[in-house]
Design a protein around this ligand. Structure first.
Ligand code: EPZ
Length: 418
């Protein structure tokens, strides 16, 4: 088993380059199936989630060529529709995008239940309701979901919740449907725009991505294209938070600043020393910040994926701060681990209340999910002593080159096999 060992207290100075967005790449890869030829995807992060998706594409017959520099040619001109089985699909939640992609291309998809972090029940009812609106039938066989349609017809779909996954999956299923589909109360995350631009570059006719109303006019064929994964706003936000704790002129570059505006404006409210450029930011730590209240919301609100790393920063706030999680029902599993390191925090249903400041001390802590793990790395970098973090595969799946990027700016962090 691999663990992380982190010697805290080091000031981190230098430059961190942000990689392609995990939550964009994991949708772009299944979306390549909709092409009738081959596509080139650039800036694909090398993380276990993308490796798992490349494996599924290869299983379906795609020819993957690594072009170097995180670019790949994906030739899908000779693929076949096969069931996406259990051991493939439960490695990650994003395997569910093969539902929309295979349904959109073949009018049939057989995919077993997706995996993903245990931060909530993670239902897919909105995805399935969207597919049914397009004319698909949903059947269940053991652990498989069978989605099939005689024909897919454009439809008006209202999402009860602005679900990122459902918005993308319905787009994938609708791009080749007969007629126009309208998704109302669509998610507005930047990843949605990145997917829509990719589909349009292959010949789809999607308008309104990034707003709450997306229109998809069905087309017959989808052709080759070259497309780039946008920078990972959650990775950028995580390193920004680390910089607010232990940074010294820490430059985080290859970012789209407006994608993390909810975070940077909160940091300014706290008194952070942050300079924002066109595609980078520079942050230097402060020993004390003003207490704040944060409520996670759909984009452009404060991202739920940053509430766990952000919580660590509240150890530097004098007084009471609160974090309210409104997106997932079980996204506070990091709190018991942070308490072991000295944080004073109580939880009442969906609101965590922090009383600072607290001195953080090393401990042996367990990563329960991806962003909880990120919060433990963040805390370990600021804590006195050497922290051990277990279950680090959760963390490495979402942060490309985490250890190397931190070592390059002076962190004493390493992976140990035990
Ligand atoms: C995506 O998950 C991201 N994952 C999550 O990032 C992110 O936290 C989330 O969007 C919100 O921004 C990927 O993109 C692979 P949702 P997704 O559908 O699509 C409920 C990370 O750390 N819901 O917007 O699963 C659901 O239970 C991960 O990188 C339904 O009720 O998020 C949740 O409470 C974690 N029915 C809420 O909506 C549905 O059919 C948000 O879900 C779908 C969702």
């Amino acid at each position: 088993m691999n663990i992380l060992k982190v010697q805290g207290g080091k000031e981190l100075e230098g430059r961190v380059k942000i990689s392609g967005a995990k939550n964009s790449a994991v949708a772009l890869l299944p979306a390549t199936l909709l092409c009738d030829e081959s596509v080139n995807l650039l800036n694909v992060p090398d993380i276990s989630d993308t490796v798992a998706l490349f494996d599924i594409l290869s299983y379906l017959g795609a020819k993957i060529t690594n072009l170097g520099e995180e670019s790949y040619k994906i030739d899908v001109s000779n693929i076949e529709n096969k069931p996406i089985t259990d051991e493939m699909s439960n490695k990650l939640r994003a395997s569910y995008y093969f539902m929309g992609a295979l349904l959109g291309k073949y009018k049939k998809a057989v995919v077993s239940y997706p995996g993903g972090c245990s931060i909530g029940s993670r239902p897919i009812d909105l995805h399935l309701k969207g597919f049914e609106s397009l004319g698909a039938k949903i059947e269940y066989e053991e652990n498989n979901i069978i989605i099939s349609a005689e024909e897919l017809k454009g439809s008006n779909i209202y999402l009860d919740f602005a679900s990122v996954g459902a918005t993308i999956n319905i787009m994938l299923a609708a791009v080749k449907a007969d007629g126009t589909t309208i998704i109302d109360n669509a998610a507005r995350e930047p990843e949605i725009v990145n997917i829509a631009m990719f589909l349009n570059s292959m010949g789809a006719k999607i308008t309104g991505a990034g707003t709450s109303t997306i229109r998809i006019k069905g087309v017959k064929n989808m052709h080759s294209s070259v497309h780039e994964v946008i920078p990972d706003r959650i990775e950028a936000g995580t390193y920004t938070i680390i910089g607010a704790l232990v940074g010294k002129n820490l430059k985080i570059y290859n970012i789209i600043p407006e994608h993390i505006e909810a975070l940077t404006s909160k940091l300014k409210e706290m008194g952070a020393n942050i300079e924002i450029g066109p595609d980078y930011l520079v942050i230097t730590k402060k020993d004390e910040y003003k207490p704040v209240n944060v409520k996670t919301l759909v984009y452009p609100g404060f991202p739920t994926d940053l509430q766990q790393p952000f919580s660590v920063l509240l150890s530097r706030c004098r007084g009471k701060s609160t974090v309210e999680e409104t997106i997932f029902e079980n996204r506070f599993m990091h709190l018991p681990e942070l308490r072991k390191m000295g944080m004073v925090v109580s939880l009442d249903e969906t609101v965590a209340t922090f009383i600072g400041p607290n001195e953080l001390n090393a401990a042996i802590v367990n990563a329960t999910d991806l962003r909880a793990g990120a919060s433990l790395v963040t805390a370990a970098l600021a804590a006195k002593g050497v922290t051990t973090i277990t279950n680090i595969e959760h963390i490495l799946r979402g942060y490309e080159g985490l250890v190397e990027k931190l070592q390059d700016v002076g962190a004493k962090i390493k992976i140990e096999e035990i």
